[in-house]
Design a protein around this ligand. Structure first.
Ligand SMILES: Nc1ncnc2c1ncn2[C@@H]1O[C@H](COP(=O)(O)OP(=O)(O)OP(=O)(O)O)[C@@H](O)[C@H]1O
Length: 787
């Protein structure tokens, strides 16, 4: 249905008879135009024409909306606002119309711009009469004589020719655009009283419009009721309708001519009254709506404010949530720390009673110790008297012993020099029971060895070859020189018989090393500690003879020449024997077993050197470690070391070897057995520093068959090594102000328990200071190492 049909169908007006008044948003200006139209076309149907431009303030393009829901909400709010604004605008006009009196109006809403919208409406509804403003508000003046508004100019130019338009300003007609063609036989231009077409208008009235009295001061019928209704889906805004219509069919045009009868008059009056009432209600309704609009606007602004507040709150909430999350993390951390602290506290609490009891025990022990110290000191003082007495007795006894010793020594020396060192052959015969085989203890390459007693001294008598190039005097002289070479690890030559070329040596109870390594003659295998100690002792003796002036090279060092005394202390025998026999005799003896120990270089060059003894020492060392036959021993040990399996060649009967030291000894032994003498180590500078520290691990212990422990315990402790309080050898000697040296702990305990007197003299100490006695400490250390 077209707009015109709609108008007609709704019975509002006939387009051809209706004067349309175009009003804008500016109510003041609109009222001015409307007022002119009402005045100029009083009695004619007036239709308010408002082309509405929806407000797009809140469109999504302005970027103020976000989120689908919010957008939807805001678009709705926008539309509602728009609707309310339009409503308000129209209400203002309707109020004005109702006050002024008007028959009806219709509004078309277009989303186009206003100018085009007006043209469009004129065209669509074939509007013939249109009144509109001629000036924008800025140009608004009574002197206006031409169209100022761009809107008016546009409409004036583009409006269809069948439409006559009056342009007004401040209720004055500024310009009239006459219709240029006649649409129908009845279409004539309608002139306002103010324009030139006024006559034409009157004529027009006379030609069928005589019921329209266009009077300057036309009174507004009081019984006109205006009803306002908004129809359609406003959101589309393409052609929504605001419908203003009379509550009843408009007053017939003839009602103003006074032709009606009395009944009719009364009906008209009644109708007018009804209309008046309706108008009143409409007014009230308008006021209500106005208030509602105000409320709605307020609500919208409140909604907007609320929305802004909501956004702010949202941001604040987010910030608070972040702060809260941080605080939560901090609390969690604090909680963990708190738990840890609690655990620690718990542990400390659990330990507390134990510590307390320990403290109590310690203090008790301290008190006990103090008491013991006091008792010891008291005891000491009482013993001191006894000691002093006994010391006097001891000194007297020592003096006597020394006197006797001197006497004995003098006798012995005299005897040795005169009688013993030079042994008679008869003594030799007697000692050996005339060389009885039962007295024979061994057979060397130079002769037999017998055991026997000469002047109650147990000796081993070695019989050298009787024939020789040496004279008796030379022999005696050489032997005397050898007898002066004394070392704890050399067998002492104590006498000779020049006549029989016999040498009398100190007798060693445990025979030779070879027998022990081979476990011959019921001998038991030696423990590894003994073996290492023997190696150290041999090394020591060799260094000693090599350092002798003149240097003595043994030249025949082998296990049969290493003898063991009753305490298994090893001693080298036969040193310097080659000096007592001729070179021919010495070199003639080719013992294949002995040759394994002989330096190959020495065999080649027939010359004895210090390095020859080094070589022999190397082979002996290998024998001590392995107890294997000397022949091929160097190769075997070398292979074992190379394959990392030294344990396979070690003598397991020696106990659990300390593998680290043994490996060191094996390498040392092999280096001693180097073919080139220059590659062999020096005994003093290389062998001794390696081997000597091992003496510590060879200290005798309970499982060893040795009497050395007994000897140590029996050894007299120097009295000044003993603490006067603890009565034991001091480990940390300190000198007190009384000049006495005490064990550090003992004297400290004495002083800390409140004493300020000397435990020895009982006199007051000048000071409680203690000075470490380093000299005594070193002396005690040395003494302990020797024992
Ligand atoms: N002072 C001694 N005390 C105890 N036994 C001894 C003593 N001297 C020698 N013997 C014993 O006599 C054995 C023979 O000694 P001797 O020195 O004559 O020959 P050897 O050492 O076996 O060989 P070599 O003739 O090459 O030295 C020794 O192996 C040892 O058992």
């Amino acid at each position: 249905m077209s707009g015109e049909d709609k108008i007609k169908a709704e019975g509002i007006c006939d387009v051809e008879d209706t004067v349309f008044v175009a009003v804008g948003k500016n109510v003041k200006e609109g009222k001015s135009v409307l007022s002119w139209a009402l005045k100029s076309f009083a009695g004619r149907r007036i239709c308010v024409l408002h082309v509405h431009q929806p407000n797009h303030l809140f469109s999504s393009k302005d970027g103020k909306l976000s989120g689908a829901k919010l957008k939807q909400h805001m678009v709705k709010a926008c539309q509602e606002l728009d609707r309310l604004r339009l409503h308000k605008l129209l209400n203002q006009y309707l109020l004005f119309i109702s006050q002024a009196g008007i028959q009806g109006g219709k509004v078309w809403l277009e989303i186009n711009n206003v100018e085009k919208g007006i043209i469009h409406i004129i065209e669509e509804h074939k509007i013939r009469w249109l009144v509109m403003g001629a000036a924008a508000e800025t140009h608004y003046s009574k002197q206006l004589s031409e169209l100022k508004s761009s809107k008016a100019k546009f409409v004036c130019q583009h409006a269809p020719m069948h439409c006559q338009i009056w342009f007004t300003c401040k209720e004055c007609l500024i310009h009239t655009r006459s219709m240029k063609n006649s649409l129908s036989s009845s279409s004539e231009s309608l002139s306002s009283p103010e324009d030139n077409g006024g006559t034409e208008m009157r004529n027009h009235v006379g030609n069928g419009y005589e019921d329209l009295n266009i009077l300057e001061n036309a009174s507004i019928p009081a019984n006109k009721i205006v009803k306002v209704e908004i129809k359609g889906d406003y959101s589309t805004l393409h052609e929504a309708h605001l419908h203003c219509a009379t509550s009843q069919p408009l007053l017939e045009e003839g009602s103003f001519h006074g032709k009606a009868s009395n009944d009719e008059r009364s009906r008209v009056e009644q109708a007018l009254m009804d209309a008046e009432n309706s108008k009143q209600r409409a007014l009230e309704e308008s006021v209500k709506r106005w208030r509602a609009e105000e409320d709605a606007r307020e609500a919208i602004s409140m909604a907007e404010a609320s929305y802004r507040l909501f956004k702010e709150k949202q941001v604040q909430r987010k910030e608070k949530e972040e702060i809260f999350a941080k605080q939560k993390e901090e609390i969690e951390e604090l909680k963990i720390q708190h738990d840890l602290c609690l655990k620690k506290l718990q542990m400390i609490r659990e330990k507390k009673p134990v510590l307390e009891s320990q403290i109590t025990e310690s203090s008790c022990a301290g008190k006990e110790l103090e008491e013991k110290i006091i008792q010891a000191v008291e005891l000491l003082i009482s013993f001191r008297k006894q000691r002093d007495e006994m010391q006097i007795e001891r000194d007297n006894a020592i003096k006597q012993v020394n006197r006797f010793r001197k006497l004995v020594q003098d006798d012995a020396n005299e005897y040795c020099i005169k009688n013993f060192f030079s042994i008679s052959f008869s003594d030799i015969i007697e000692a050996t029971q005339n060389f009885d085989p039962s007295s024979k203890i061994g057979e060397g390459k130079f002769g037999s060895v017998y055991k026997g007693m000469i002047h109650d001294v147990k000796v081993a008598i070695k019989m050298l070859p009787a024939c020789g190039s040496f004279s008796d005097l030379d022999f005696q002289h050489e032997a005397e020189s050898l007898s002066r070479v004394r070392h704890p690890n050399l067998v002492t030559l104590i006498g000779i018989c020049s006549e029989s070329r016999s040498l009398a040596y100190e007798f060693l109870e445990n025979g030779n090393l070879e027998d022990h390594l081979a476990c011959r003659k019921k001998s038991r295998p030696l423990h590894w500690q003994h073996r290492i100690r023997i190696a150290v002792e041999i090394c020591s003796a060799l260094i000693f003879v090599h350092a002798n002036d003149p240097c003595i090279v043994h030249g025949n060092l082998r296990p049969t020449n290493i003898l063991l005394d009753a305490k298994f202390v090893s001693k080298i025998s036969d040193f310097g024997v080659h000096l007592l026999i001729s070179q021919t005799e010495y070199s003639n003896n080719d013992d294949p077993e002995a040759s394994v120990y002989v330096d190959p270089e020495c065999i080649d060059k027939r010359q004895l050197t210090v390095e020859s003894d080094v070589y022999s020492f190397g082979v002996i060392l290998l024998r001590l470690l392995t107890a294997r036959p000397a022949s091929g021993i160097v190769r075997e040990v070398k292979c074992a070391l190379e394959s990392g399996n030294l344990g396979s060649v070690l003598d397991s009967s020696a106990g659990d070897w300390p593998i680290e030291q043994v490996e060191l000894l094996a390498y040392l032994a092999l280096s001693c057995c180097e073919k080139d003498p220059l590659n062999r180590p020096n005994m003093l500078s290389e062998v001794w520093p390696t081997i000597e520290p091992m003496r510590d691990i060879c200290k005798p212990n309970s499982d060893l068959n040795t009497s050395s422990q007994g000897s140590k315990s029996q050894k007299r402790i120097p009295p000044h090594f003993v603490c006067p309080i603890f009565q034991d050898v001091m480990e940390d000697p300190h000198i007190a102000a009384d000049g006495y040296t005490y064990e550090g702990d003992a004297i400290k305990g004495w002083l800390y328990s409140g004493h300020d007197t000397s435990p020895m003299t009982n006199l007051k100490l000048d000071t409680c200071d203690l000075i470490p006695n380093y000299a005594l400490y070193r002396a005690i250390q040395e003494w302990q190492q020797q024992s």
